[in-house]
Design a protein around this ligand. Sequence first.
Ligand code: F6P
Length: 544
Amino acid sequence: MTQTSTLNSLPAWSALQSHYDAISGERLRDWFAPQNDAAPTRAERFTFEGGGLTIDFSKNRISDATLQLLVQLAEEAGVTKRRDAMFNGDIVNITEHRAALHTALRAQSPDAPFHAQVQAEKAKMAAFSDRVRDGSWTGYTGKRIRHVVNIGIGGSDLGPKMVVHALHHLASKELDTHFVSNVDGADLYNVLEQIDAEETLAIIVSKTFTTLETMTNAHSMRDWFLKAGCPEDQLSKHFVGVSANPAEVVKFGIAKENVFEMWDWVGGRYSLWSAVGLSIMISVGPKNFDALLQGADAMDQHFRTAPLAVNLPVLMGMIGIWYRNFFGSQSDLIAPYSQALHYLPSYLQQLEMESNGKSARLDGKMVDYPTAAVIWGEPGTNGQHAFFQMLHQGPTLIPIDFIAVLTPEHPLVDHHAKLLANCFAQSEALMLGRTLEEAKKVAGPGKEELATHLSFPGNRPTTTIMLDALTPQTLGALIALYEHKVLVQGTVWDINSFDQWGVELGKILGKVVEADITAASTDAAKHDSSTSALIARARKALKR
Ligand code: F6P
């Protein structure tokens, strides 16, 4: 049942409501128009730096007053207090009674919580990574490792996969890193077809070490090694495990010394900084992994110390709330103009939607306002030739994060000017639009009926995040930026950004349905008629 919330009764909330009524009809193109006195400084006034990143917010539907009110809302909603509680290791994840200390994993200060423990595990990871990288870690026939297969799902897959791809230009040329997540056998099978057991290392990553997909893939991988001729007592050369549940890892059959630990105070989707990032470290080396952590720590320090009015995660989070809760936007597009950041949107889908896709407030009552938006995206320029049509001319407001990497990580420099030009031109076009009058001129005399098709409403909000180059540092800062944006929004929405109870029911029913598909006989009546019919079709197809 919906309850009246404290959020709606905050002074800044009602002030924003009236402010929305006053300015929602304003047009960005007018704010940028030469006749507007404030136009020349608009970019400068709404561009902020922090943690090595620069963000231009000026093409958003915000005025100075909007930002002031949004910052006031962040203050009234307790963002500072919750931020500090998270960094201090307080139990911010109240439903699981856990801290959320991903920041401790990258903290450069020795005073950070769990510092000694974190450093010890990192040193163990580095020693192991070095042996795999320099070829001294060998498989059962004495050959060096050439293929690393990360088996995990959700946070145990998306973060490492995204970073390994993003930093591909720094990867060891001796090694290929593969990611297997889906319980669909095609995922594992396609990788197995490309690799040789003698030269393969499997990293089984699971915080719980009970996840159906990961355990199924891990067992199949084990069978594959044995079938390929690896003696059982040599399997330890080919398997390592990463988990917060080391006893289960050993039970699976992984040697105790091959177990890397993470801890229950690290959430799965916040865990790439821990041993969950072992595949990253093996791929790019311990130094680059450290640089990734340093970049994230730089953003942490910015988030922790910068005044809210110039604080990047706060501004990003609050501008997101402006669109979601006042303009009624339903989704946010992530458009990295970087092929290397191909997996960033899917990584952010889990980060944002699993963290803030909730309806229960911290006090157990229900929200009466929208929370997380749908996150989606594709690298530019590909998206331009697929779905950008809707962004320009559809009736739906979709705020966009453009991510621009100013210098390329490859030698094809002439491509890069074209790439950046497209990124900047898209945000310009989305902001400006094309009026009916302008469209009539484009259509030409006698073709006025075409003008409505050629006109663009414009006024579409975009944010441009700039990285000087795609380095481990800037990537670390970028990821931490979004992590903290999630905290800011979760705080304002008064929800727990660190649990994920919503995934449980499907898992429980999945086990029942699996048994009903595979058992010798099944009691169809225990399901609804639709589910029973689907099970019957599967049984027939699988000849059960
Ligand atoms: O089911 C959701 C989830 O628990 C995610 O939160 C998590 O990242 C993923 O599954 C994988 O969990 P684990 O690392 O325990 O295998």
